[in-house]
Design a protein around this ligand. Structure first.
Ligand SMILES: Nc1nc2c(ncn2[C@@H]2O[C@H](COP(=O)(O)OP(=O)(O)OP(=O)(O)O)[C@@H](O)[C@H]2O)c(=O)[nH]1
Ligand SMILES: [Mg+2]
Length: 200
């Protein structure tokens, strides 16, 4: 979709604070610093709608964005952020798990992986959870601008192997929020999923 008017709705940590709305939600999940907020900005064509930055743990709450009253984008806090206390970590994990498990509006999860690194145990768990959930999903490899085209192909292969993704089924979409590459292709994939739903 071409987003005309993306708007921040609310930051939430518990279900009572989630927006009271029937709009379907697409959530962005992934490790801290992987580029979730930057990808949301790239997809909606705004520089600073979602709060992003080089300090890990920029997004500490669940941020909801309304896209033209058609859909909500949901920016989740990152998991696996090393430099916080154990208590803080389990608090954030709780915020993410709660959202994923109780929100009927949740329709699709975009799982982000840094193209330069192999998926961590947290990533693998998240991928397995998404698959088991029956939700729609897409896997995205971020920061593709940091590698050459040749390297991108090699890394995608490696990531597929780590996640046990057989060649034909799931696509992994390489993107660069910085250079805006792969964004149109990811939108096409999202649109296809939304379209399927409205036809069903
Ligand atoms: N080179 C490059 N840097 C990127 C890209 N996407 C994000 N970054 C950088 O990576 C850092 C983290 O980006 P964020 O979008 O804040 O990451 P996040 O996943 O939202 O992080 P948390 O909110 O901490 O979970 C920032 O310094 C971004 O500028 C990209 O496509 N290319
Ligand atoms: Mg963020």
């Amino acid at each position: 979709m071409v987003v005309k008017n993306p708007k921040f709705v609310i930051s939430a940590v518990c279900p009572a604070q989630y927006p009271d709305s029937e709009l379907l939600e697409i959530a962005f999940a992934g490790r801290s610093n992987v580029g979730k907020s930057s990808l949301i900005n790239a997809l909606v064509g705004r520089k600073r709608l979602a709060y992003s930055g080089s300090t890990q743990g920029m997004t500490r709450q669940i941020n909801f964005y309304n896209l033209d009253d058609e859909i909500h984008f949901v920016d989740l806090p990152g998991y696996g952020y090393a430099s916080v206390s154990k208590d803080q970590k389990s608090l954030w994990a709780g915020v993410i798990d709660k959202y994923l498990n109780v929100r009927p509006q949740l329709y699709m999860v975009i799982l982000l992986l840094d193209i330069r690194h192999n998926p961590t145990e947290d990533d693998k768990n998240m991928y397995r959870w998404i698959q088991a959930s029956g939700l729609q999903y897409a896997v995205v490899a971020t920061k593709a601008d940091k590698l050459s085209k040749m390297q991108v192909a090699g890394r995608l292969k490696e990531i597929r192997a780590c996640l046990n993704i057989a060649n034909s089924d799931t696509m992994i979409y390489p993107v660069s929020s910085e250079k805006k590459t792969g964004i149109d292709r990811l939108w096409a994939a999202i649109d296809e999923v939304i379209m399927e739903d409205s036809e069903a």
